[in-house]
Design a protein around this ligand. Structure first.
Ligand SMILES: [Zn+2]
Length: 275
């Protein structure tokens, strides 16, 4: 059995501030340890149930948060930025399941620590077929394309609620209770890791009953930006249609192409953020 882990950082127990999860800050090394322990807890649970191959895609910020030698399960680690498939780089149809570890709530969510949707400096809201979504549902487009089920998701309550529609049967592990955008009550990291280990083991045991995410095609992915200039500047990308002053829509039958278009939009708007 082969598992794909897409790891973010904001949804790890103990994390409430950007300084803990961005390189160059004194608190970053502590954050990094918390993240590594949670990732290893998921690997351990899966190892207990016989999974023998792991690919981890470090998907946060510069994407060099995990150290290869510290990972259990002889996992292959994908690091570094400007990956064509961003948070889903490395996935293909050879995998049996996907785990989203340390994920967080969407930018508009209430009581969601470090909430954002890809780029907090540019993106105000994302909707798929009319529903407001977070990163889990956007990334699920790639899972649906390759027909791989999402079997585990961890973060705060908002994170797991937002994943309910695309992964109703997945194991959901809540490791902290968000009090606001920069405050949370944390499950003790040791307990959180025990929960993740158990969640991963349960997920692997029930993998045959889990289904890949389902989207009604063609999928319309709408992005509302902070300002109208951002919508205007992405109009040069083929297939981008403007539907409001600050809103564009991408439509595609092919979910991989749709995700790639979204990644292109995200990459371009990084250059348009106010400074
Ligand atoms: Zn992140």
């Amino acid at each position: 059995m082969k598992l794909f882990l897409s790891t973010d950082f904001e949804g790890v127990s103990g994390i409430v501030a950007w300084e803990q999860i961005i390189e160059g800050n004194t608190e970053y090394e502590q954050g990094r340890r918390l993240l590594t322990d949670e990732v290893n807890a998921v690997i351990s649970g899966a190892l207990d149930e016989g999974v023998n191959e792991f690919v981890i895609n470090d998907s946060h910020h510069y994407m060099r948060n995990l150290r290869p030698q510290e990972l259990l399960g002889k996992a292959m680690l994908i690091t570094g930025k400007h990956k064509p498939m961003y948070m889903m780089e490395g996935l293909d149809s050879s995998f049996d399941g996907i785990c989203f570890v340390g994920y967080h709530g969407s930018i508009g969510a209430e009581h969601a620590v470090l909430s954002h949707t890809y780029n907090p400096g540019a993106i105000w809201e994302v909707r798929i077929n009319g529903d407001v979504v977070g990163e889990s549902a956007i990334n699920a487009l790639v899972a649906a394309h390759y027909q791989v089920p999402i079997i585990l998701i961890s973060g705060d309550e908002v994170t797991v609620q937002e994943a309910q529609k695309i992964a109703p049967d997945a194991e959901k592990v809540v490791v902290k209770h968000s009090l606001g955008r920069f405050a949370a009550a944390h499950i003790h990291p040791m307990v959180a890791c025990e929960m993740l280990r158990k969640g991963a083991a349960d997920a692997v045991r029930h993998v045959n009953g889990m289904h890949p995410p389902v989207f009604t095609k063609p999928v319309a992915l709408e992005v509302t930006f902070l300002v109208a200039d951002m919508a205007e500047m992405v109009l040069g990308i083929r297939g981008v249609e403007r539907v409001g002053a600050r809103t564009i829509v991408l439509r595609n039958e092919n979910l991989l192409e749709l995700y790639q278009m979204f990644v292109t939009v995200v990459t371009l708007t990084r250059a348009l953020v106010d400074r």
